[in-house]
Design a binder for this molecule. Structure first.
Ligand SMILES: [Zn+2]
Length: 403
């Protein structure tokens, strides 16, 4: 029997497991350096995190960010990416990049997108000419981008869709498209292709998809199609079902998740990687993510609050001047929020840093085998005066954690 495995550009080292829940702590060695899991990946759609320079993003501690294949494919375009040598060089980012397949943006942004077995057909937003994104084209674009982690093209439909036949078709087509992606991927020794499990909220379909895709032995595995308006209880069931079918020694990525409470629960259910535009988007609305919940600093109650955005936070925005930070106060953000974009930039810095430092605390708690106590403490603080949401209580109870 052959023991040869498919080429892969990553190594995955599992360091610790929670003795109660399914939480794990590991290190993922990627072409542009190591990242520690569980981790949150900020989204830099246009090869830039809105409001932050690459240096500022580096300062937040981020070592893996997301770029958007669809946007980069349109502008600067594949020819420019090939000339310059990929997205790392384009944006002056020496750490890791993950790219989506480009499919999701087409389906979500372009009402006229049509999905056939061949690929996703749509009209160019520039000149209205017909275009087709196939699994082969998605791989070719991501090869030109040079991302450390590339995602397969999948057939995504809203999880809440009642059309069971269409859901099944999308799940099965995603498996066929994965096979085409594997064949088309030119650099498996230097770029990692992740498969994406589909199947909506139907656990049997998710199981089938897991069994088929795990056989394909991709370097990492993602759970897709969630965060589309489904009930949190359903979301948890899907994550729990899928992680139970995944091999232990591969990174597990739940796409589109960014609320701290969702991440804390998904980690307990055995997930390792998350991404979401929410922490950066909400910063632009004046919202600061803190351990005590989300604060809207546009509120007049902060007009004379001269404390930092979050007490004890070590981000560049919150850190005192004498400690090399900017020493920004809530009152200053309140003052800026209404009229100056710099307020949004400062909060983006804080929010990304907050999420990354939350992930660091989660990791330490798992390594020290006190994740159940961490969860309890997190929910008490984050929901302050209110009881924790019922879906979280139930999901955590399912893996042995009482909060
Ligand atoms: Zn801060």
């Amino acid at each position: 029997m052959s023991t040869a495995t498919k080429p892969s550009a990553l190594t995955f080292d599992l360091h610790g497991r929670c003795s109660t829940s399914k939480a794990r702590a590991s290190t993922l060695q990627l072409p542009h350096g190591a990242v520690e899991l569980p981790m949150f990946m900020p989204v830099a759609t246009q090869a830039s995190l809105k409001g932050l320079t690459p240096e500022q993003l580096e300062e937040t501690g981020c070592r893996l960010c997301l770029n958007n294949t669809y946007h980069l494919g349109l502008k600067p375009g594949q020819a420019v990416l090939d000339t310059i040598g990929g997205a790392h060089k384009l944006q002056g980012w020496n750490y890791n990049i993950l790219t989506d397949s480009g499919g999701f943006q087409m389906v979500s942004l372009l009402k006229l997108a049509k999905i056939t077995e061949e690929g996703v057909r749509f009209l160019s937003p520039h000149d209205g000419s017909p275009m087709l994104l196939t699994p082969e084209h998605s791989m070719s674009l991501q090869n030109s981008i040079g991302s450390d982690i590339m995602m397969q093209l999948d057939d995504v439909i809203q999880t809440t869709s009642p059309d069971r036949a269409r859901m099944k078709e999308a799940m099965e087509r995603s498996i066929r498209w994965l096979d085409r992606c594997i064949v088309a991927h030119k650099y498996p020794e230097s770029q990692n292709l992740f498969c994406i499990i589909q199947g909506g909220l139907n656990l049997e379909m998710r199981r089938q998809c897991c069994l088929e895709m795990v056989k394909r032995d991709t370097p990492g595995i993602a759970i897709g199609g969630l965060s589309g308006g489904e009930a949190k209880t359903d979301f948890c069931k899907v994550v729990d079902t899928c992680t139970s079918l995944f091999p232990e020694k591969k990174p597990r990525y739940v796409m589109g998740i960014g609320y701290p409470e969702d991440i804390v629960v998904a980690v307990a259910l055995g997930a390792d990687m998350f991404d979401c535009v929410w922490p950066t988007r909400t910063a632009r609305f004046g919202n600061a993510i803190t351990a005590c919940g989300v604060l809207n600093l546009k509120h007049a109650r902060y007009a004379e609050d001269f404390g930092p955005v979050e007490e004890g936070c070590s981000c560049t925005c919150c850190r005192a001047k004498q400690d090399g930070g900017l020493g920004v106060s809530r009152a200053y953000i309140y003052h800026l929020a209404a009229k100056e974009t710099v307020g949004a930039h400062l909060l983006t810095m804080h929010n990304v840093h907050h999420l990354l430092s939350l992930m660091g605390r989660i990791r330490t708690a798992i390594l020290e085998d006190r994740y159940p106590a961490f969860c309890k403490d997190f929910f008490v603080k984050y929901f302050e005066s209110q009881p924790p949401p019922e879906w979280a209580v139930d999901a955590l109870k399912g893996v042995g954690i009482d909060i």
